[in-house]
Ligand binder design. Sequence first.
Ligand SMILES: Cc1cc2nc3c(=O)[nH]c(=O)nc-3n(C[C@H](O)[C@H](O)[C@H](O)COP(=O)(O)OP(=O)(O)OC[C@H]3O[C@@H](n4cnc5c(N)ncnc54)[C@H](O)[C@@H]3O)c2cc1C
Length: 417
Amino acid sequence: MSELDQTDRRQFLQKSILGGLVITSTSEVTAEIDQGVKEAEVTQDVDVLVVGGGTAGNIAAIQAGRAGAKTLIVERGAQLGGTTTTGGVAFPGLFDAWGKQVIAGIGWELVKECVELDGGKFPNFAKVPQRHWQNQVYVNQFLFAILAEEKCEQAGVAIAYHEFPQSIQKTEKGWEVICLGFGTRRRVRCKQIIDCTGGAEVVGMLGLPRLREEETQPGSMLYNLEVANNPGHHQLHRLYVHGADSTNSRTVTRANLTGRKSVLEKVRKEKKRLMHLQPETGFRESFRIVGETMITVNDYTKGRLFEDAVSNAFYPVDLHTKGGVKPKPLKPGTVPTIPLSALIPKTSRNIMVAGRCVSSDRLANSGLRVQASCMGMGQAAGVAASLAVAQKTTPLEVPLEEIHRELKRHGAIVPGK
Ligand SMILES: Cc1cc2nc3c(=O)[nH]c(=O)nc-3n(C[C@H](O)[C@H](O)[C@H](O)COP(=O)(O)OP(=O)(O)OC[C@H]3O[C@@H](n4cnc5c(N)ncnc54)[C@H](O)[C@@H]3O)c2cc1C
């Protein structure tokens, strides 16, 4: 920049500030693409395909990548983190129970790094809180999404945003999945799939059984009126969107239109400034899989230690209805567990799920769906899928001790060990 340019710019900035306008600075970077932009058809061979890069999905992918599996995430949105970031539910819980940490691993590593980089605070896990939500960890949703991308890159995980699977075929070696995005048709050949779409959309495409309630829990649109968003330090306001459903582009569009319209009504009625609005509704419930094992509310509230448990979970039974929510805390000392077989659709091979679609009855699911538990499931699925690739077998046939050993090697807490 010439000296004259700099003087002009300084004068312009001064005028702008005096005029009440503050001009922000600009800087520049270059986005490089390794595949030609002219080709609409792409073919990719990977070991593990993770569909949905949300709360569970990005952890599953980082784990699979770190374990040496060639991994791709296909995510319909524009960033990682799902409900944690795009939904704005940036207060993951619960990593602790009854005075000690019960879920750790890659999810915790990401949360911890995010809080530290953001100058945030941690709850004291050694102290049992009066109300469960007091031990949720506040994260800066924007930083969280970028850190997740960085961890994917470091683990060699490829990311395909704005894409979703259109069709799936079984092949001799695994699967062929056609994914579509604007201007892109991607043929993915993979050995294992981890469905982390929230509502088990890939499992549904394969015609495997899923469960769904007549009335599902409401979603929420998160926003702030009058008060600026202070990410990592405050929760946003929530507007219940009844009927919000994450199943397809039509239902998601409908939920977003309904939520935003209602926020606009509030702005007009309350005569307050709209200071923050998430780009998408947060979805609490849609489909759950019917897995090799179904976690019942009895298993959950009794803290059943499943033989093939791969992760802990902890949260009250927490069902939102039209009448609101009355969380039912677990009895002191209870720590529910998640078996590997609840992540595997019944009679299937080489496809797993992780996240809120875990095989469970509705009430068990209302507690299991929270973020730390989803992250724990994601890591377990990432380990099982990558070991299955290495051993040329299916996740259920990988010896459990090897799954436990690998989980511990990557910092996870294995139930009962
Ligand atoms: C309003 C609200 C409040 C909540 N409060 C709490 C709380 O206080 N504490 C807590 O821990 N938990 C809370 N939860 C629960 C928790 O946030 C979610 O259950 C959890 O984040 C779900 O994780 P997931 O990985 O299953 O799904 P998500 O995080 O939703 O990720 C799914 C991802 O898959 C992508 N996707 C979907 N379909 C496709 C497709 N076909 N192709 C490609 N990508 C696809 C989505 O874009 C998304 O990124 C709350 C949830 C909501 C909605």
